[in-house]
Design a protein around this ligand. Structure first.
Ligand code: PMP
Length: 405
């Protein structure tokens, strides 16, 4: 059955407004998505009816808050097909989740060990590994894209018997390219490396099954999948989470403390120091329910058809460099020779079209593409074909206008 974004629009009242007297066209979804009413309601419901600290257990409200908080863990575990709730660790977002792993694995690294990432990585999946390499004397290595934006056919040789950690994004936030993840994960596992997948750009679009992916760690942020900001997930296999030394210590993550020593709590609490982002977690579970209620494959096909439509129109128009693939992606990333992307962005904004112009937190990738940044339009469940066409019309107007200057 075809997907109809108009059926979802009433749940996203923020989109009904005008921007500078134009209909607001929100195409910056890879940065953050808008939140549907059930997510907003879940957060309000928490504050209106059962706000209390969790796991303190001494009274009615605290019991209710704890139950809803742990139910949310179960919802998120099922959303990614984690075998058990205790595999789901709450974090502030994908960035913090990667840092939890990068600090937690520091003790396994020796000088000369290798940490392998790809050239598609967001800074969140690059800087923590680079800094870890600096601290330990390990070597950061990169599986590169070729100058055609394709993977080197012989990338297997980057995986060596010194590879201790392999971390890769599932989809590039900057150019929408997918990683040949399963093959790369197989190579990494053959070398006995720990594997981490950055799912920040995938969870809103693809049904995720961490058991099929079979990675040690999977991370994502709530705010890019219709949930609140400030909450995210670190999924890990038990043996992998067990290896992590806690990156933060304090309350909640302990069983017993004396001045001489601390006995840490069991998973997942051992890696969750301090009062958690309770309403965020509850909102994130509501976002999972919202996505689960959609026909995920029809939704993905719709988002891809919008990106493909924009690609085809702009390709035909000519004079535009497009860095994202023609098909199987939910965003379009481009630049126009001799026109600054910030000028294009300013014109689009003046017409109510919200996109992103910049380096997308991927400086090395931009350097490889030979640009300072790109202009990115990224699609979500509520975007219509009219909006995709409006982006093209306004962009082409902007190009005409700026070329004449
Ligand atoms: N990885 C990717 C691929 C991303 O797109 C982002 C956010 N743009 C992140 C990691 C970091 O997510 P957050 O800022 O929510 O921690």
């Amino acid at each position: 059955m075809a997907f109809d974004p108009l059926l979802l629009r009433p749940l996203f009242s923020i989109l009904a407004q005008s921007a500078y007297d134009h209909p607001l066209t929100y195409l910056d979804n890879a940065a953050t998505t808008q939140k549907p009413l059930p997510v907003l309601d879940a957060i309000q419901d928490y504050y209106r009816h059962f706000n209390a600290n969790v796991h303190r257990g001494a009274h009615f409200l605290s019991d209710r808050a704890t139950n809803r908080f742990e139910q949310a863990r179960d919802t998120v575990a099922r959303f990614i097909n984690a075998p058990e709730q205790s595999h789901v660790i709450w974090t502030k977002g994908a960035t913090e989740a990667i840092n939890v792993v990068a600090y937690g694995l520091e003790h396994i690294l020796e000088k000369g060990d290798e940490i392998l990432i790809t050239s598609l990585e967001h800074h969140a999946n690059l800087v923590p590994w680079q800094q870890l390499a600096f601290r330990t004397g390990a070597r950061l290595r990169i599986v590169p894209l070729t100058s055609n934006g394709e993977w080197e056919p012989e990338f297997s040789h980057y995986f060596t018997d010194r590879t201790r950690i392999f971390a890769a994004t599932q989809i590039s936030n900057a150019i929408g390219v997918s990683t040949p993840l399963q093959t790369m994960l197989d190579h990494a596992k053959q070398q006995g490396a720990f594997t981490l997948v950055d799912g920040a750009q995938a969870v809103a679009h693809y049904p995720i099954d961490v058991q099929t992916l079979d990675c040690d760690f999977y991370v994502f942020s709530g705010h890019k999948m219709y949930g609140p900001t400030g909450v995210g997930v670190l999924y890990g296999k038990s043996h992998a989470l067990d290896v992590l030394l806690p990156y933060q210590t304090g309350g909640e993550m302990v069983r017993h403390v004396s001045y001489q020593a601390t006995e840490f709590n069991v998973l997942p609490y051992r890696l969750e120091a301090g009062t958690p982002h309770i309403e965020g977690v509850i909102g994130l579970a509501a976002a999972c329910d919202f996505l689960n209620a959609q026909d995920r494959l029809a939704l993905l096909a719709w988002e891809q058809s919008l990106a493909n439509h924009v690609y085809t129109r702009l390709h035909k128009a000519g004079g535009i460099e497009i860095y994202s693939p023609e098909k199987n992606t939910t965003l379009v990333s481009l630049s126009v020779p001799n026109i600054h992307i910030l000028d294009l962005n300013a014109y689009l904004d003046s017409q109510g079209v919200a996109v992103r112009a910049g380096s997308h937190c991927a400086h090395p990738l931009m350097a490889q593409l030979g640009v300072a940044g790109t202009l990115r339009a990224s699609f979500a469940c509520y975007n219509t074909m009219e909006e995709a066409n409006r982006f093209c019309d306004v962009l082409l107007d902007a190009i005409d206008l700026l070329n004449d200057e």
